[in-house]
Design a protein around this ligand. Structure first.
Ligand code: PLP
Length: 388
């Protein structure tokens, strides 16, 4: 069998051993966390321990963590005109989102389409803070959503500066930290975020679990997405995914212990990878390379390269990479992120994303560079499968 190298960690990360263990153990706990008997209390304990671990990961209080079925659901839950604080009970009139948000934010949550406006990014893929300030001027009770790090480029956004601007304008800031968690610091207070979204499967937990975290207990959602039982303090009805939540907690605990060392490991390998990429072929563009990026992400393109065919060619060589946004890979859609950065449609069509993780090895990097040498040679000859 061909050895495989996985470079698609921004799409999903493998389950951490600690999370797999927690998942297995929790699956054998029979109780419902809402039941008062010993079995129920054992299940409740698993959920609450996980809540504590997830809270600590972002320096929040456990009472401010609400579990959801995904990062997508947490984003949908956060983006509502009905959100209230102690000082502000009137509906939010406008949602401002950066032009590079994940599709779950770009849909505008529960705001009417006409109430959602984009904030531009610069050519490096960073939110334009002057444009943010302009958009906020004259907007009553705005809600703003800016991701901490972009899923395609890995570019880290100036969230703390954005928070100061949003708060000065009387707004609230939601931060999608799905790609950032476990790779860079995600302290909700240091970021100035009022709300923060996490997804378990990007940090080594299972797929299908997420969390919305608030910075203060005075932030309320009078309009939950799922009504029924009073689970998650009325914010999300439905018996909790106890095993998934327990495994999320275990992954969060592992990240706290190992995250910094893993980030160093990924960065060293990513540097080698990018040096190799550029050494093999001239004219390789690495998007966002001039600004701070996640330590694990490289989005690159070469003239004449078509991403769909490149992804297949790499796959045949035993290498999993992705083209464009990971969550929509499989669909061939031009990247709205690169479009917002002003990248030409031709170059955008060739963009391939490599994302590394804690088990990535030097052998993986060498395997990728070997395959890249072959592709780049075919590309330089304008051979079928690579040329546009
Ligand atoms: N936000 C970002 C930035 C993402 O990259 C993703 C998924 O790739 C999500 C949200 C959605 O998370 P989930 O897969 O848990 O729905």
């Amino acid at each position: 069998m061909v050895e495989r190298s996985y470079f698609d960690w921004n799409a999903t990360a493998p389950l951490r051993p600690q999370a797999a263990e927690a998942l297995r153990e929790a699956l054998s706990v029979p109780g419902n966390p809402s039941s008062v008997h010993a079995e129920g209390r054992a299940a409740r304990r698993l959920v609450e321990e996980a809540r504590e671990e997830v809270a600590v990961l972002v320096a929040a209080r456990s009472g401010d963590v609400f579990f959801t079925s995904s990062g997508t659901e947490a984003n949908m839950l956060a983006l509502t005109p009905a959100i209230q604080t102690a000082d502000e009970r009137l509906p939010r009139e406008k949602l401002l989102i950066s032009a590079i948000e994940h599709s779950s934010v770009r849909t505008g949550g529960r705001f009417p389409r006409g109430a959602v406006a984009d904030i531009a990014v610069d050519a490096d893929g960073r939110v334009d803070l002057a444009a943010l300030a302009d958009a906020l001027a004259g907007t009553a009770r705005p809600l703003v959503s800016i991701m901490l790090a972009n899923n395609e480029t890995g570019v880290v956004q100036p969230v703390a500066q954005a928070a100061a601007i949003v708060h000065a304008a009387g707004g609230l800031l939601h931060v999608d930290a799905v790609q950032a968690a476990g790779r860079i610091a995600c302290d909700i207070n240091a970021l100035g975020a009022d709300l923060l979204t996490l997804s378990a499967h990007k940090i080594g937990g299972p797929k299908g679990v997420g969390a919305l975290i608030r910075a203060r207990e005075d932030i309320h959602f009078p309009d939950p997405l799922i009504r029924g039982g009073g689970q998650e303090r009325g914010l999300r009805a439905g018996t909790e995914n106890v095993a998934g939540i327990a495994a999320f907690g275990a992954a969060a605990a592992a990240v706290r212990g190992q995250g910094a060392a893993e980030a160093d490991h990924m960065l060293a390998l990513r540097d080698r990878l990018e040096t190799g990429l550029k050494a093999v072929a001239s004219g390789v563009a690495i998007f966002g390379a001039a600004v701070e990026r996640l330590p694990n992400t490289t989005l690159f393109a070469a003239q004449g390269m078509k991403a769909e065919t490149a992804v297949i060619s790499f796959d045949l060589e035993g290498i999993a990479v992705s083209s464009g946004a990971a969550c929509s890979s499989g669909k061939v859609q031009p990247s709205h992120v690169l479009a917002a950065m002003g990248v030409s449609p031709t170059l955008t069509r060739g963009a391939v994303r490599l994302s590394l993780g804690w088990t990535t090895t030097e052998t993986d990097i060498e395997r990728f560079l070997g395959a890249w040498r072959k592709l780049a040679t075919a590309l330089s000859k304008g051979q079928a499968g690579m040329a546009a």
